[in-house]
Design a protein around this ligand. Structure first.
Ligand code: AMP
Ligand code: MG
Length: 419
């Protein structure tokens, strides 16, 4: 860090708070959802468990074979020389053997077939010599007790399987099905509303007049929200008037637990987000020492949390991924998920002014030695959405950093789903 006094040409701004301070303010202001609802397990992917899950049964429920082969009592196995056995019955998955097992014989058994009473060992069919339809020969090389699955070996009756708050995966849902659960109590999903502001914005399908552009922010926001465990409310494009913005705030704060606007957050003449938040709610912060995304407003309106994101499309995505997404996840689960950070070698010099955290759009690749290298996507302007499209990670610089030289190590934050 240098010790020059801050000037208006610097990245320093007296009232801009640090990224870490902003994260703390957000977490401290949010009361995570605690109400739950019962949901069919097929709809439970990515939902958070409202209670611990205790196994109501043993899985598997019965002792069964792990292989296709022949079942017998281990103490009947040949000791020194090969022995021939009569095949005295069969046990298929779901069709247990009807006959009582006779010591000295074997029972034909399939994977998942119930082990007949008195047997404790399965010899896989590949290791058996079939003499005829009713007789097999076993070598003296087998161990007792092999290839058998015991009751409760996967999930035992009365055991805690999952802890309250767990985010359910596809495997988890399979486990819930194997325990016989049709429905699960999961936390209610947060309702998230969003709108764009800007008189220049037209919706898709409309013809652009001079000075107008299509609203892209609502589409990136919608797509990022789709990845999360939230109920989405799209409030459309709101014109740049005090009255319209106030109406949107009122509606969003009544319908949603958290709402998001894009644009109008600076101090231009048509920027009504800040004064509206001041009028209708409480402002927690409005400026961050961060690039991109410096004018990021956060506050509370009624019971709802509000994020006023910048208008520039890249700044929208960066601030969403860095602040809004973690806030929604925390609201939904009461937990923080730490993003994966990796070290990579920078393929180029990257200059940066100390004083603000930066999230540069990068492309990283694995090198033949198993490490990673990273380069920028090219132009980094916060209006150039292609830089996000091309990127597979952020290159993350702390506020103190003044950049790196080619060959130096940098921290990268891979986008979700990339690693
Ligand atoms: P603002 O913060 O409202 O001054 O907007 C900053 C820049 O982002 C301007 O160039 C806007 O035209 C652009 N912008 C704002 N909202 C959107 C949007 N929804 N879609 C695409 N560009 C936008
Ligand atoms: Mg605007």
């Amino acid at each position: 860090m240098n010790n020059r006094p801050a000037s208006c040409l610097d990245a320093f701004e007296a009232d801009a708070i640090s990224v870490d301070a902003a994260r703390e303010i957000i977490t401290n202001s949010i009361n995570p959802i605690s109400t739950s609802e019962s949901v069919p397990i097929r709809e439970c992917l990515k939902r958070y468990l409202a209670n611990d899950v205790i196994s109501p049964i043993d899985v598997p429920p019965h002792i069964n074979s792990a292989m296709d082969g022949y079942a017998l009592a281990g103490h009947d196995l040949p000791e020194k020389a090969p022995v021939d056995y009569k095949v005295s019955g069969s046990s298929f998955a779901g069709v247990p053997s009807k006959e009582t097992y006779e010591p000295g014989t074997v029972v034909r058994i399939m994977t998942g077939g119930v082990m007949p009473a008195g047997t404790d060992t399965v010899i896989p069919q590949e290791l058996v010599e079939k003499l005829d339809d009713h007789t097999i020969r076993l070598e003296a090389e087998h161990k007792a007790g092999q290839n058998v699955r015991y009751p409760g070996e996967d999930l035992a009756l009365g055991k805690q399987i999952f802890e309250k708050g767990r985010k359910l995966s596809a495997a988890d849902i399979g486990i819930l099905a194997s325990l016989g659960f049709a429905e699960m109590d999961v936390l209610v999903r947060p309702k998230v509303a969003f709108f764009s502001t800007g008189d220049e914005l037209r919706s898709i399908g409309e013809v652009l007049k001079e000075g107008e552009i299509y609203d892209s922010n609502r589409y990136t926001l919608f797509s990022m929200l789709k990845n999360l465990d939230a109920e989405i409310i799209d409030l459309g494009v709101i014109p740049d008037t005090e009255e319209d913005i106030q109406k949107a705030f009122t509606q969003a704060s009544e319908e949603a637990d958290l709402f998001i606007s894009t644009g109008g957050v600076s101090v231009g003449e048509a920027d009504y987000i800040k004064p509206t938040l001041k009028l209708l709610g409480e402002t927690h912060f409005w400026k961050l020492a961060m690039k991109p995304g410096r004018p990021l407003t956060y506050g509370t309106v009624n019971q709802a949390k509000f994020f006023g994101l910048p208008g520039n499309p890249v700044a929208v995505m960066v601030t969403f991924l860095q602040f809004v997404q973690p806030a929604i996840n925390y609201l939904a689960s009461g937990k923080h998920k730490k993003p994966i950070a990796l070290k990579a070698t920078s393929e180029e010099d990257i200059k940066k002014r100390p004083g603000r955290t930066e999230y540069i759009r990068g492309i990283f690749e694995q090198t033949p030695d198993g490490g990673f290298e990273v380069k920028r996507t090219g132009k980094q302007g916060s209006g150039i959405l292609m830089s996000m499209s091309l990127a597979n990670c952020f290159i993350h610089f702390d506020a103190d950093s003044n950049g790196v030289n080619q060959g130096d190590s940098v921290e990268i934050l891979p986008f979700e789903g990339v690693v």
